[in-house]
Design a protein around this ligand. Structure first.
Ligand code: SF4
Length: 264
């Protein structure tokens, strides 16, 4: 597939703005993810439309349905009721982005954070959006950590692979401001795609310039439907780029680990 075709995919796959307001049975679900005891996802589906997203396969959702964002209108009520019975870290955005565009309208993530803070619950929040900066005051008064995903510095590549998400410079700004506010922040570089080959030095320098001192590296998921889609688009992962980023970041004194393995 050519670059022109990828652009066409990007343009035609832009999220069309459909929200579905739903009620959830529970706000928190037990999580097997490292360092997270409970998962909290105020929205179902995601408008960022990343071409490498495997969440639809994990949740047994059709790709087209994944892009209809379900707004869990009663999640704050559920969370308030469930919190007295739990202890541990709550992961926010374990399946979908808690700061996708819907959050600017519905503020469910912000409301959940307020409830979690009132009970001094430790959080682990993960996003691709600089909308997280709206809540920087709230986050800086909570226990926990925040991850911002960044996969490229190239806006053209970002528009192709993550068509609905904020551009890389806005994510660098989010990393910079969160770090400056004293919030425990790290960059999630994942998946490491082959377009980063040859760009590793510039990429690591840009991350280091934000003040962030921790990186988490992720590889491209190989689930069959996803692999087929990416193969048709001519997109692949790169172990070489991942290892080059690791060695450059470690040379800068950063703490570098792999998703799930914790390998340094
Ligand atoms: S931000 Fe995450 S959940 Fe949303 S489309 Fe991208 S990979 Fe999937």
């Amino acid at each position: 597939m050519t670059t022109t075709d990828l652009y066409r995919f990007s343009d035609s796959s832009r999220w069309d703005g459909v929200y579905e307001v739903v009620e959830c049975r529970r706000a928190l679900s037990p999580s097997a993810l490292p360092d997270i005891d409970y998962a909290l996802n105020p929205y179902g589906g995601c408008e960022h439309g990343c071409v490498y997203c495997y969440a639809p396969e994990v949740t047994h959702t059709q790709w087209k349905d994944w892009r209809v964002v379900r707004v869990k209108a009663n999640i704050t009520d559920r969370l308030t009721r469930e919190l007295p019975g739990i202890a541990g870290t709550v992961g926010i955005g374990t399946v979908t982005d808690p700061y996708q565009g819907a959050e600017a309208r519905f503020c469910l993530t912000q409301q959940c954070l307020g409830i979690l803070r009132s009970r001094d619950v430790r959080i682990h929040l993960h996003t691709k959006s600089d909308l997280v900066l709206r809540d920087i005051g709230l986050l800086s008064s909570m226990r926990g950590e925040v991850a911002v995903t960044i996969t490229t510095l190239d806006e053209r590549i970002s528009k192709m692979t993550e068509p609905g998400a904020p551009l890389p410079r806005r994510r660098l700004e989010a990393l910079r401001e969160l770090t400056r506010a004293g919030i425990d922040t790290y960059a999630l570089v994942g998946p490491v795609l082959d377009h980063l080959e040859g760009e590793e030095g510039r990429f690591v320098e840009a991350l280091a310039s934000t003040g962030v001192r921790r990186l988490l590296l992720d590889t491209l998921n190989s689930r069959p439907l996803l692999a087929g889609r990416l193969s048709r688009m001519g997109i692949g992962g790169s172990a070489a780029a991942r290892e080059r980023i690791r060695s450059l970041a470690e040379a800068q004194g950063m703490d570098v680990r792999d998703v799930f393995s914790g390998k340094r």
